[in-house]
Design a protein around this ligand. Structure first.
Ligand SMILES: Nc1ncnc2c1ncn2[C@@H]1O[C@H](COP(=O)(O)OP(=O)(O)OP(=O)(O)O)[C@@H](O)[C@H]1O
Ligand SMILES: [Mg+2]
Length: 446
């Protein structure tokens, strides 16, 4: 985080929600903060309050940021309300974590934990501050994969302190539970599991981290979906093996993350091949479906990991492979994966410069304010007739079927709402509803 960003966060912390007696940063109302020169941009996710109150939050937060001498322009987007879970109370242990990345797989035993741990340590080797959260209640593997000296559970206030190995912060149910106690995880039902995961994840004092890697429980069911909704995951990495059905599995994984608008940035096909004594490469399970994924989903990054004794040995010794054999070919693959995740996460942040602040001026038009350019006005009528919905444009031919002459010249915006980070939805005075992807708006004003 830059100094300027820190200063802005501090100013935003001065705005208190009177009902909750907490500041808006602590409450998770602010996201996507970006500072470009003297311009500040952020989203406000406000609870279900009326428009007047929302305006007040916007006004006071902008005023507060403007108090910084170097700030010339503040752009706020009132986004959808924060994701809320009625499942369990959340603590604020994640508040200084910059990026949460999930490592997931549809099936168990494919090497998800191996990838999560080695990805995390590769990021740490690159100089980032990193944590690993093992979200598997039933079969936590972090305690076997990473050895920790001091297993004493310590607290700071209500929060539990993470464990540590080679500079990486660690938390797992395997560390938190008393080893002498009966394992009662097996009889826990879905909602309880989600609640327990949420408590340990948000109840751990992670401190300032650049990346927190979550080793997700295997599968794409409710527990996994709930976890992706509870915390702001920035990207996911899917792990699979090259068997026939793995393509279907990966697609299931991508779809689960898509539901909650988390982009899958890389697919790791683990245990893909081995190099025999004769020096030849063998693919015992066939060559999988990575190419098809690259083509159909536009994946830029898929990684094939070999079957290697050193991978499983490192898993059993409690020292991750990338630390134990840093110059091995497998370690290089993991480092490459880490570099890719870093660049994709940075790219995902960049995309937000394409998200304008949008407002409407009656009788005039819709005003789009981007961080990096002057405000642009699109006339209401012009925007209305540009609607891309299936009623206005023939889906098959792409030919416009809406007759512009039938749209009243004085058409106005009734309501505007942000749809994720992707689009804005508009209800028009002629009774029509439109959705405009931000990319489309950017094209329109070019
Ligand atoms: N590329 C590899 N080469 C050899 N062994 C591997 C490789 N990847 C993982 N393994 C081994 O396979 C086993 C399963 O790996 P891991 O525990 O990482 O899988 P998982 O998907 O997390 O499993 P679970 O569903 O139980 O959490 C481990 O013993 C691990 O050491
Ligand atoms: Mg595992």
């Amino acid at each position: 985080m830059t100094d300027k960003e820190n200063e802005v966060w501090a100013q935003l912390r001065l705005i208190i929600d009177p009902d909750q007696q907490e500041d808006i940063v602590e409450l998770g109302y602010v996201s996507h903060l970006k500072v470009t020169g003297s311009k500040v941009y952020y989203h406000l996710h406000l609870p279900d309050v009326n428009a007047k109150v929302k305006e007040q939050y916007q006004f006071f937060s902008e005023e507060s940021v403007r108090e910084l001498p170097w700030v010339e322009k503040v752009t706020t987007i009132i986004a959808a309300s924060p994701k809320q879970s009625s499942l369990a109370p959340s603590y604020n242990g994640l508040k200084d974590v910059s990026h949460i990345v999930a490592v997931a797989s549809c099936k168990g035993g494919v090497g998800k934990s191996t990838v999560a741990v080695n990805l995390a340590y590769s990021l740490a080797l690159s100089g980032f501050r990193v944590g690993i959260f093992d979200a598997d209640v039933y079969g936590p593997s972090l305690p076997t994969m990473v050895h920790i000296e001091d297993r004493q559970v310590k607290f700071e206030g209500a929060l539990i302190l993470p464990f540590e190995h080679a500079g990486v912060s660690l938390m797992s149910f395997g560390f938190a539970k008393d080893p002498a106690q009966e394992d009662d995880a097996a009889i826990m039902r879905g909602p309880i599991v989600s609640q327990v995961i949420n408590q340990l994840l948000t109840g751990t004092k992670w401190g300032e981290l650049d990346y927190l890697i979550i080793d997700m429980p295997p599968g794409t069911g409710d527990v996994q979906l709930t976890l992706t909704q509870m915390v702001p995951i920035v990207a996911s990495v899917l792990v699979t093996t090259p068997q026939q059905l793995s393509y279907v599995d990966v697609v299931k994984g991508i779809q689960m993350f898509d539901k909650v608008k988390v982009p899958t940035v890389a697919v790791v096909q683990n245990m893909s091949f081995f190099v025999g004594d004769d020096g030849k490469t063998y693919y015992p399970f066939g060559q999988g479906a990575l190419k098809k994924l690259e083509r159909e989903y536009g994946f830029k990054h898929t990684v094939e990991m070999p079957i290697l004794a050193s991978v499983s040995e490192a898993g059993d010794t409690g020292v991750p492979l990338v630390i134990r054999h840093p110059s091995s070919a497998a370690a290089k693959n993991f480092l490459e994966l880490a570099n890719f995740v870093v660049s994709e996460v940075a790219r995902l942040r960049e995309v937000h410069t394409d998200v304008p602040a949008i407002s409407t001026v009656p009788g005039k038009g819709v005003v789009l304010e981007y961080v990096d350019r002057d405000p642009v006005v699109l006339e209401h009528w012009e925007l209305r007739v540009a609607c891309q919905c299936a009623h206005c444009v023939n889906e098959m031919t792409g030919v416009r079927v809406l007759d512009p002459a039938r749209v009243p010249k004085d058409v106005e915006v009734l309501t505007l709402r942000a749809i994720g980070n992707y689009a804005v939805g508009i209800n028009w005075s002629d009774g029509h509803s439109s959705i405009y992807p931000y990319g489309f708006l950017k094209e329109m004003i070019r």
